[in-house]
Design a protein around this ligand. Structure first.
Ligand SMILES: [Zn+2]
Ligand SMILES: [Zn+2]
Length: 212
């Protein structure tokens, strides 16, 4: 990768992200109709380490840690995934069915079904930080798109309804899940966001920063 997609602060939907990759994930979540909160909570892990995950998806009990190609470290995400995983004997009584899920969100990836497709305008690519693989699915009852593991019974993490006998599970980088690259937003918002970003930077230079 010659281009850095990590270090450029980017504003999207009124939120200032540390990187274009994070903003790209916000766009992707919006495209999937998944509600998100950016860096809502500083968590103290069992090891005592402090951890600020990138996204919390409040309707489906899932954390999403966005990882660039040059940031392989994922120990904290794995520790959080382990700490919040379901440990119920028999029927799950966790607040979120199956416990809280911790995902790693990587840069977009070209679909394995589409050779030669440019990764830059590729498809959402993720992995579970802890435990079995996670697949995207849609709940037939509440309509929420969310990630689940293949652990049975197959129930919606949000509303706990059955996902049915033959749910459609989407794998990482499947063709149907386009990754919402920040650059591909062909809308007036881009100009608006750039202006907001420029104003913020002027403020920061003037020493008027609020500490964040
Ligand atoms: Zn449980
Ligand atoms: Zn549901």
């Amino acid at each position: 990768m010659t281009e850095s997609i990590e270090a450029v602060p980017t504003i999207y939907a009124g939120t200032r992200f540390r990187s274009r990759l994070e903003a790209g994930w916000a766009v992707t979540l919006d495209g999937l109709g998944i509600l998100w909160e950016y860096e809502p909570e500083l968590i103290v892990l069992p090891s005592g380490a402090q951890y600020l995950p990138d996204f919390w998806l409040p309707e489906v009990g899932t954390w999403l840690e966005v990882k660039g190609p040059n940031t392989p470290r994922q120990e904290k995400a794995t520790e959080l995934g382990k700490a919040r995983a379901c440990r119920c004997d028999g029927a799950c009584s966790c607040r979120w069915f199956g416990g809280e899920l911790v995902l790693l969100g990587w840069p977009s990836h070209r679909s394995p079904n589409q050779p030669g497709y440019r990764a830059r305008y590729g498809h959402a690519w993720w992995g579970a930080a802890y435990g079995p693989g996670a697949y995207l699915t849609e709940c037939p009852s509440c309509g929420r798109t969310h990630w689940v593991t293949m652990r049975r019974p197959w129930q919606c993490r949000g509303c706990r309804a059955s996902l049915g006998a033959t749910p459609r599970f989407y794998s990482p980088a499947e063709q149907l899940i386009r990754f919402g690259e920040r650059d591909s937003l062909a809308s007036a918002h881009v100009e608006e966001d750039m202006r907001q970003l420029a104003e913020e930077e002027e403020l920061a230079e003037a020493g008027d920063d609020d500490g964040w």
